[in-house]
Design a protein around this ligand. Structure first.
Ligand code: AMP
Length: 280
């Protein structure tokens, strides 16, 4: 496994790669969710590149950039075990040198959901992902459905800007009790870890109501909100039932709908989602 930390060294390694290249972009502190993306890449492509970069431009001024969990040595050991070929772990100064001033703005879908609560977040995400695509030139890149809006922003960017690669969505990996795996789960104390289950429970409640024939979106939203509000220490940022393509809120559910939510458990902000009807 080759570990590189400069754009030049990454390009060198890329030039030597033979066959199809799969990229898995991450912010590190890897868990089974990330490793599932790596396994998909391992199965589908000949050369697997994983990037580890806690991207400062996607964090707001009052967010958790400084305390975001990091453990590069452990990450490298896990990636080695998965048969990763190349790990790209640049410093922020390598990705954003003095004078950096070009940004990728995906308009429309970034105004909703996460975009309301994290202004500028998707501009940071789209920009760093576009840079990674230009540096690594992968044939395929793997993204988790856990971050449903991010996945759609990347798909839109690739379509709009004619980027020459395939985006592969990977289903959400969960803990045994249903909590979606996330590096941020490390922030939760045991009591908060219990409260965090409210996200999964409210999404399965939504799926249950949908399965029973409920098609009024507001009724489902209200039931989800009621369930979460019972949980001590849980504060809702949003609960959404939206069109999976445009992310616009629905009144009646006629086609497939994306149920998604963001909830703060103490000081930890968690997101999760599930599809109602149809695949993700
Ligand atoms: P992050 O390190 O949080 O930026 O995540 C890197 C990639 O892993 C993103 O494409 C995420 O959507 C994906 N990912 C994170 N958690 C999960 C999970 N529980 N299941 C599937 N994919 C995930």
């Amino acid at each position: 496994m080759k570990v590189v930390d400069t754009v030049a060294a990454m390009r060198d390694a890329r030039r030597q790669a033979k066959g199809t290249v799969g990229l898995v972009p991450t912010m590190g502190y890897l868990h089974e969710g990330h490793l599932t993306l790596v396994r998909w890449a391992r199965r589908q492509t000949e050369v697997v590149v994983v990037s580890i970069f806690v991207n400062p431009t996607q964090f707001g001024p009052n967010e958790d950039f400084d305390r975001y969990p990091r453990d590069p040595q452990r990450d490298l050991a896990l990636l080695e075990r998965e048969g990763t070929d190349i790990v790209f772990m640049p410093l922020a100064s390598e990705m954003y040198p003095q004078g950096f001033s070009s940004w990728v703005d995906v308009e429309g879908i970034t105004d909703r959901l996460e975009g309301v609560f994290r202004p500028g977040h998707f501009r940071g995400v789209a920009t760093v992902v576009a840079k990674l695509f230009n540096i690594v030139e992968p044939h395929r890149a793997y993204f988790g459905e856990k971050d449903a809006q991010q996945l759609r922003v990347i798909q839109k960017m690739v379509a709009d800007l004619n980027m020459n690669l395939e985006i592969v969505p990977v289903p959400t990996v969960r803990e045994a009790d249903g909590l979606a795996m996330s590096s941020r789960n490390a922030y939760l104390n045991p009591q908060e870890r219990q409260s965090a289950l409210a996200l999964y429970k409210s999404l399965t409640l939504a799926q249950g109501l949908y399965a029973q024939g409920e098609r009024d979106a507001e009724t489902i939203r209200r039931r989800m909100i009621q369930l979460i509000e019972k949980e001590p220490g849980a504060k809702i940022d949003y609960v959404s039932l939206a069109d999976p393509d445009t992310l616009e809120e629905l009144d009646r559910i006629e086609g497939p709908a994306l149920a998604s939510l963001a909830v703060r458990i103490g000081t930890t902000r968690l997101i999760d989602n599930m599809m109602l009807g149809g695949g993700n």
